[in-house]
Design a protein around this ligand. Sequence first.
Ligand code: CP3
Length: 319
Amino acid sequence: MMRQAGRYLPEYRAVRSKVDFLTLCKTPELAAEVTLQPVRRLGVDAAIVFADILLPLEAMGAELVFTPGDGPSFPHPIRSREAIATLTVPDVEDRLGYVLETIRQVRSELAGAVPLIGFGGSPWTLAAYLVEGGPSRTYSQLLAWSYSDPAGLAILLERLAETSAAYLGAQVEAGAQAIQIFDTWGGLLSAERWRAIALPPLRTVIAALARRVPVLYYINDGSHLLPELASLEVDVLSVDWRVPLATVRAVVGARPLQGNLDPAALLAPIPDIEAHTRRLLSEGSGGPHIVNLGHGILPQTPVDHARAFVETAQRAALP
Ligand code: CP3
């Protein structure tokens, strides 16, 4: 699950009550501990390292602040070619070594029990936060730049791709056994513009990882992009809940899919969660299917509801 280590878990809130979010990410002992919490509590079949897609942007030189309640923000958003010059492609071991150390510690503590997934954001989604200065309703700064100076924005996207390629490659070297790329805002673009703007830097990242570990690509609100995604060189396509998996398969074929239960479905009574999960399994049955939520688990999700989802999937899927 996305944010399977997160605020819905009392043991996560207990750790977070002592340290702020960035300190948690940057303290490998604590980050390793919260990575393992959902594995113990829910029995999920993989761990995902506790970190955030925005950390490499801070490593590039952009000041990053997490404000409780408001989420992440960049006080000095990058909105011009001149501003790009303030960003460097960082030395990953030096600036993001804490994530690599967390990965090493988690691998050692897991001792092979379940695999560990590393992750990062797509260049386009990273740019969305960096240009906008934080989450946005319209992403109008980013979209304005994409129309007014696409070549300038492409410079930023390539720099983000170069950083991501180095960062994700270092995660693999540290022990990540698969890499998930989150493209939360890819769906903002039409298919033609996605192909022209978002795809080239994404391919730089994918090419750096290809054939080293399985690569999973998550797109939010991207059903109009499915014909493009059908030929994306990744191992698993991960999709949100808006379109049934059978409909996704009709476009992309029998390739492995991941998803896509609506995170809000976990707020339903447990018997309904079981029914939603069984239905998801039948919708996904036309090819390999990694059961997952279609986006991040909601903080108000009761833990036994999350467990009902995991257990129903495991009961149905295992021989
Ligand atoms: O899944 C996991 O357990 C691994 C950890 C993980 C986090 N963020 C920790 C986190 C993962 C995989 C992410 C990915 C991430 N981060 C994405 C892509 C997926 C998506 O949600 O679309 C994005 C866009 C971000 C950026 C980000 N981080 C935002 C917009 C926010 C605020 C939103 C919120 O729910 O508060 C965060 C904060 C964040 N990252 C939290 C967690 C557990 C909550 C922070 C807290 O504990 O206070």
